[in-house]
Design a protein around this ligand. Structure first.
Ligand code: ADP
Ligand code: ZN
Length: 213
């Protein structure tokens, strides 16, 4: 399947994407994960992106489009892809449209995971992430077996730099201002699939029904 996953930070895009990759071998492409690896490795991209990310602001469109132009051409995308955290602005969506049409690729849907703001806030403040493999945990609902240690790779599990209360509140404002308009954009494109994202299992089932995967 070829999907865009839309939704506020903490809506569950990453979790749903990970579950869907198991269905048909589609690859999860998370711009957030790509950027965090770049920051950790101290590459030029990482250095350019870090200050925006720590503040909860968006990284400039040119940097993101540079990453995605290369990424979507890689062979593993032939099996399908789940775009998690991209596009995030109207210019990114417009440029993606051109890019996909150049590559001769058609999207199945843009899925909007709709989650109430209080649920989002609660999830983000309790979320913990493995610095090595990106696995996501939650101190309340899905804790690691050993505190601070990843179940999968034994990496260190921490609260992200952009998951302080201040950065979270900024990320939600940025989402409402810059990313929420994409819901209307994909509605006009005839691709929107709106889901009240109560549980990841329900979301995955609805997506499979729609895409036939
Ligand atoms: P979230 O949990 O907020 O969905 P992500 O892991 O997707 O977070 O992204 C983390 C940060 O990386 C964002 O706050 C932003 O600074 C940057 N980022 C990720 N994807 C994009 C994008 N498509 N455009 C601009 N900035 C991005
Ligand atoms: Zn790990």
């Amino acid at each position: 399947m070829r999907l865009i996953l839309l939704g506020a930070p903490g809506a569950g895009k990453g979790t749903v994407a990970k579950m869907l990759t198991a269905v048909d071998g589609s690859v999860q492409i998370s711009t957030g994960d790509i950027l965090r690896v770049a920051v950790k490795e101290g590459t030029k991209l990482g250095k350019q992106a870090k200050k925006f990310m720590d503040a909860g602001d968006l990284v400039p469109d040119e940097l993101i489009m540079g990453i995605m132009k290369e990424r979507l051409k890689e062979d593993d995308c032939l099996a399908g892809f789940l775009l998690d955290g991209f596009p995030r602005t109207i210019p990114q969506a417009e440029q993606l449209k051109v890019l996909l049409s150049d590559l001769g690729i058609k999207l199945d849907a843009a899925v909007n995971l709709d989650v109430p703001r209080d649920v989002i806030l609660d999830r983000l403040t309790t979320r913990r992430t493995c610095v090595d493999c990106g696995a996501i945990y939650n101190v309340k609902s899905a804790p690691t077996k050993v505190e601070g240690v990843c179940d999968k790779c034994k990496g260190k599990v921490v609260q992200r730099d952009d998951e302080t209360e201040e950065a979270i509140s900024n990320r939600l404002d940025v989402y409402n201002e810059k990313t929420a308009p994409l819901v209307d954009f994909y509605q006009r494109e005839g691709l929107l699939m709106d889901i009240a994202a109560t549980s990841s299992e329900v979301v995955v089932a609805a997506i499979r029904e729609r895409t036939g995967a």
